[in-house]
Ligand binder design. Structure first.
Ligand code: SF4
Length: 393
């Protein structure tokens, strides 16, 4: 009997492509924040920063020749510290350099404490067609405890301005398990969010991250059981209002999921420009997946680009086990789960390398099979960390 030959390596194929643009400044640093954000401390070098972003994009172009960008996300930091005129220049610069799908989703994160009444229409006229408003809570006491620069009134005014500008495709960021919060408060926040008629709600638990002011000086937070009840009961409230949970923290009205985030979560490709931004690109001709990370500090990143450098802190090819981990990491948090047939095209590896681990998750009742999909069960949904751990490199 002939011996079975080696398993052939499947070919990597290019997944959809997104563009992430990082704008790293905030009015001040929130005590829970571990993002790459820096207190502005005076006038922003906004013109120079936009120039540097376009230089950064130019050096990425050879990695994305011939491909079309499906979504752009301006994240931060506080992108709404930049004016509509800056986005106009940035977006025309992006369009001149890259092919952008006419139906591209273009999101801008805005802080209710930094948007003037007419800013949203200015951003919209510049080409932004989706907004993400960092409300976090509608309780003044909770917002003070979080060190936010806005209160309830500013949050409601920002929502009013969005509706006033005829913008309905917006997300509200909402946190729960806040210092001093009880179940009633958390539900009240979710109720207020629903009454603002957003297209999307990101509802996530406050966690204490290393290298934050809260880590050095932790506030008293609700216990895990209470936090779980908040998540469950706020979830029921959102579901009753017609929102569908498509990721552990993401709720959307039907058809209004964040396409940009879904592309990340499904292990799509993304260019990342700006201080500290990450990019991940599948290079079909070379049959590899490349990760590029920018220098974190805005001044160092800008200086590098202005003096002919590449602004990069890291540039490497992802080894097979990292591709496996990254493929499963976020999809296990998606309600729809993992699409098996995409595994080989997006990792360049045969399904056999994960078949045994997937079998374990099926046996333990954390996943179930539904044709081409591996769908998290209720148990798998609650313990997605356990399932993810199985794929750690
Ligand atoms: S506004 Fe957002 S990005 Fe800025 S410090 Fe606060 S949490 Fe971080």
């Amino acid at each position: 009997m002939p011996m079975p030959g080696p398993i052939p390596m499947p070919a990597l194929q290019a997944p959809p492509l997104s563009l992430y643009v990082h704008l790293p400044w905030c009015v001040r640093k929130c005590p829970y924040c571990d993002f790459n954000s820096h207190a502005a401390g005076g006038e922003l070098p906004a013109d120079e920063y936009v120039d540097a972003l376009l230089l950064d994009l130019e050096q990425e172009l050879p990695l994305a020749w011939g491909r079309t960008v499906q979504s752009i996300f301006f994240g931060g930091g506080t992108p709404s510290l930049f004016s509509a005129a800056h986005y106009e220049r940035l977006l025309s610069g992006i369009r001149a350099r890259l092919s952008l799908s006419p139906a591209a989703e273009v999101t801008l994160e805005a802080n209710p404490g930094t948007v003037e009444h007419d800013s949203f229409s200015g951003y919209r006229d510049a080409g932004v067609n989706r907004f993400s408003l960092g409300v976090q809570s509608f309780s003044d006491a909770a917002l003070r405890a979080l060190g936010r620069i806005h209160g309830r009134a500013e949050a409601l005014r920002a929502v009013e301005s969005l509706h006033g500008a005829g913008i309905s495709n917006f997300n509200l960021d909402l946190m729960f398990a806040l210092p001093g919060q009880d179940l009633h408060d958390a539900l009240e926040d979710a109720r207020m969010a629903v009454s603002c008629a957003p297209a999307h709600v990101s509802h996530y638990q406050l966690t204490i991250e290393p290298n934050t002011a809260f880590h050095a000086n932790p506030p008293v937070l609700p216990g895990e059981d209470l936090a779980w009840r908040m998540q469950e009961e706020c979830g029921s409230l959102l579901a009753e209002a017609g929102f569908e949970q498509y990721e552990v923290s993401a709720w959307a009205q039907p058809g209004l999921e964040c396409r940009h985030n879904l592309n990340y979560w499904r292990y799509g490709d993304y260019l990342g420009i700006g201080a500290g931004a990450h990019g991940k690109l599948t290079l079909v001709a070379e049959q590899c997946v490349r990760r590029r990370v920018r220098l974190r500090h805005p001044a160092s990143w800008m200086r590098s680009l202005q003096t002919g450098g590449n602004g990069l802190a890291e540039d490497r090819l992802l080894p097979p086990e990292e591709r496996v981990f990254e493929f499963f990491l976020n999809q296990l948090r998606l309600r729809r789960g993992v699409r098996k047939s995409q595994f080989e095209a997006r990792t360049g590896l045969p399904w056999e390398v994960v078949a045994q681990r997937v079998g374990q998750l099926l046996d333990r009742g954390l996943l179930r099979e539904e044709q081409d999909w591996l769908v998290p069960t209720e148990l798998g949904w609650r313990f997605s960390n356990d399932a993810q751990a199985l794929f750690l490199p």
